[in-house]
Design a protein around this ligand. Structure first.
Ligand code: 5AD
Ligand code: SF4
Length: 459
């Protein structure tokens, strides 16, 4: 008997893509394929792409080009595309990437992938499977078993909200991921339970704008009451998952928006023990003028008010953010407003992105008038600010005891282990003999760097 065909996945972009790749890997394993030891040996390589910034698309296109060129020495190689670029480029992708075997939208991929790969291995080329039209996507194929990976992930993701109904001027997500569609809470509970059976202890619920969970085209099932008295869908969902799946030690959700920081949500974060004191709350800019142009639906004061309510309501909360520099028309003054707002919010961590116009978005009609060198400078300034701020935030942990879920050997120094706190901070420590991924460890923090804490486990 010959060996089964093998596959490799190459993932770009957000956590939703990481999640989708994991699901696709499980479907391919369930269909009899084996995970390749390396991409160079794989019979099938799938590229899961991101469209959010131009650079992400360039990388994926470069990767696809290399893979298709490798066909000259690996004639049977199957190269497939999924993710946001599959939606954005449609069937036109076969002109851009000659030799591509197939392209499939991210929502269509779970049901279609096994058939596409089988046909492509038999020689089929050029097949495009678009995502289902809104409302058509209701039938979700059951989760495949697909086997437990050799090192089961302690941290895992579950998508609860597809698409995005917001219309931020710069963002391509609504056009590539479609309208909002909230998943049924019972399906979410079942999936979280399946994740914990595979070893997950820290589960993050995903949506492009996750606080809009259940707010459009959705009715919470009547037979799922809220003993804590919540009326809003996301607090109800957090309560339900925490109650139904006690194996989840940590529950998170991402990404947030200030409009979703309601009193109920703050109470859910404070009163449900599994829900982490951690929130990723993209700010994008601290200038009222730019925020208005971006159509974000808040001004700097509104954003900082959400921050204040979170800090008052959730002890020790860690806040992280995304910021865009060089939006069309961003002046030095706008930029300085962003610096001040970031300082006022006291972010634990920040991701800074240089603006890039995306096809079809409202802001792509504006002149991209901040020179690249200036975008780079603003990026570096914000990163330097954040380094100092991250150091200051982390210094506050020195001497305190952190509850850490052990994940495994540290990447930098495999003799030590790393794990995560509820605040999502990475902690590096010396593992006690017999320590297993997923174990809860109490670590006294001895020193801090902007992105990492170091400490000693208590007996
Ligand atoms: N240019 C630069 N950054 C962008 N983001 C989204 N669209 C763009 C764009 N056109 C950033 C936002 C978002 C993150 C995922 O990517 O900061 O929060
Ligand atoms: Fe893009 Fe705005 Fe939706 Fe976030 S909320 S994904 S920035 S459109």
């Amino acid at each position: 008997m010959s060996a089964p065909p093998s596959f490799a996945l190459h993932t770009y972009g957000c956590q939703m893509n990481v999640r989708d790749s994991d699901l696709l890997a499980r479907r391919l394993r369930a269909a009899g394929l084996a995970e390749a030891a390396s991409e160079d040996e794989a019979d099938v390589v799938l590229v899961n792409s991101c469209s959010v910034r131009e650079k992400a698309e360039e990388k994926a296109l470069g990767k696809l080009g290399l893979l298709c060129a490798a066909r000259r020495s690996r004639p049977g190689l199957v190269v497939g595309l999924t993710g946001c670029m599959a939606n954005r480029l449609g069937p036109g992708v076969f002109g851009l990437v000659p030799g591509l075997s197939f392209s499939v939208g991210p929502r269509a991929a779970p049901a279609a992938i096994a058939g596409l790969v089988r046909d492509a291995l038999a020689g089929a080329r050029g097949r495009f499977v678009p995502d289902p039209a809104p409302g058509e996507a209701a039938s979700e194929p059951p989760l495949p078993d697909g086997g437990v990976p050799a090192a089961p992930p302690v941290q895992s993701y579950v998508t609860i909200l597809y698409g995005c109904n917001r219309r931020c001027s710069y963002c391509i997500v609504p056009s590539v991921r479609g309208r909002e569609e909230s998943r049924d809470p019972r399906a979410i509970v079942a999936e979280v339970r399946a994740e914990t059976a595979r070893g997950a202890r820290d589960v993050c619920l995903l949506g492009q704008s996750v606080m809009r969970y259940g707010l459009s085209g959705f009715a919470w099932p009547e037979n799922l009451p809220s003993p804590m008295g919540f009326t809003e869908p996301l607090p109800r969902l957090l309560e339900l998952v925490a109650r139904e799946v006690p194996e989840v030690l940590r529950l998170r959700f991402t990404s947030g928006h200030p409009a979703g920081v309601t009193d109920e949500l703050v109470r859910a974060m404070r009163e449900i023990p599994a829900v982490c004191p951690h929130l990723h709350l993209p700010m994008q800019s601290g200038s009222d003028r730019i925020l208005r142009a971006m159509r974000r639906g808040y001004d700097a004061a509104g954003y900082l008010d959400a921050v204040r309510r979170l800090r008052e309501g959730v002890p020790d909360i860690a806040l992280t953010t995304d910021v865009i520099v060089g939006y069309p028309g961003e002046t030095e003054e706008d930029f300085e407003a962003t610096r001040r707002a970031m300082e006022a919010a006291d972010f634990d961590n920040a991701f800074v992105f240089k603006y890039s116009p995306r096809p079809g978005t409202p802001s792509s009609l504006l002149e991209d008038d901040v020179p690249d060198a200036e975008k780079r400078r603003r990026d570096q300034v914000l990163l330097a600010d954040q380094d100092a701020r991250g150091q200051r935030c982390n210094d506050r942990w020195v001497g305190r005891v952190a509850e850490v879920i052990a994940e495994g050997p540290s990447l930098r120094n495999p003799a030590r282990w790393s794990g995560r706190t509820g605040q999502n901070k990475i902690v590096v420590f010396d593992p006690a003999p017999g320590l297993r991924p997923g174990d809860l460890v109490r670590v006294r923090i001895a020193s801090a760097r902007p992105q990492t804490l170091y400490g000693d486990p208590l007996p």
